[in-house]
Design a binder for this molecule. Structure first.
Ligand SMILES: [Cu+2]
Length: 157
C-alpha cells in the first residue's frame, strides 16, 4: 500500500512540472510573477524580510494581462507609482509617503494597470490577474505598499 502512495506522488509531481514548463514558455501570452520570500522578527534585535517579485521585470503587450501569484502567508500589493516614488534607500523604505496615502486596491485613469495610483491587493497565497492597458512604450514602476523594498517594472510593448 505504501508503494502505491509513492507512485501517486510521482504522478502529481510530473503533472505539476508540466504545468510550470507550459506556463513559463516563450509563447506564454500572460506573464506570471511570483511573490516569494520570508520575514522574521526578533524583539530588540532585528527585522528581516526577503519578500520580492520574481521576475522583477516583465514585458506585457498593451491590452494583455499579467498575473501575480502570492506564495507567502502575507498580503502584498502591486501598486503603480511614479519612478521617483520608488524607494532606493533604507530611509525611503521606512518613510514611504506613497505607501501611507495609497489604498491597497484602487483604479485610477482607465481600467487596468495604466497609471500611478492603480493598485492590486494580492491576498495571502492568492493570485490576481489584471490587464495592462498603458500605451506601448510605457514603463510602469510598481511596489508593494506594505513592504516597499518589493519593487517591480512592467515594460509595456
Ligand atoms: Cu508585500
Amino acid at each position: 500500500m505504501r508503494r502505491i502512495g509513492v507512485m501517486v506522488g510521482s504522478v502529481v509531481m510530473v503533472a505539476a512540472a508540466a504545468v510550470v514548463v507550459f506556463g513559463g514558455g516563450a509563447g506564454a501570452a500572460s506573464p506570471s510573477v511570483k511573490i516569494v520570500g520570508k520575514d522574521s522578527f526578533s524583539a530588540n534585535r532585528s527585522v528581516t524580510s526577503t519578500f520580492h517579485f520574481v521576475p522583477g521585470t516583465i514585458s506585457v503587450h498593451s491590452g494583455s494581462s499579467a498575473q501575480w501569484q502570492n506564495t507567502t502567508p502575507d498580503p502584498h500589493t502591486v501598486t503603480i507609482v511614479k519612478a521617483g516614488q520608488v524607494p532606493s534607500t533604507i530611509s525611503a523604505v521606512f518613510n514611504c509617503k506613497v505607501c501611507a496615502s495609497q489604498a491597497p486596491s484602487a483604479n485610477v485613469a482607465g481600467p487596468g494597470l495604466d497609471a500611478p495610483g492603480d493598485s492590486l491587493l494580492v491576498k495571502p497565497r492568492g493570485s490576481v490577474t489584471a490587464a495592462v492597458t498603458a500605451k506601448p512604450g510605457t514603463t510602469l514602476h510598481y511596489i508593494c505598499i506594505f513592504h516597499p523594498w518589493m519593487q517591480g517594472v512592467i515594460n509595456v510593448t
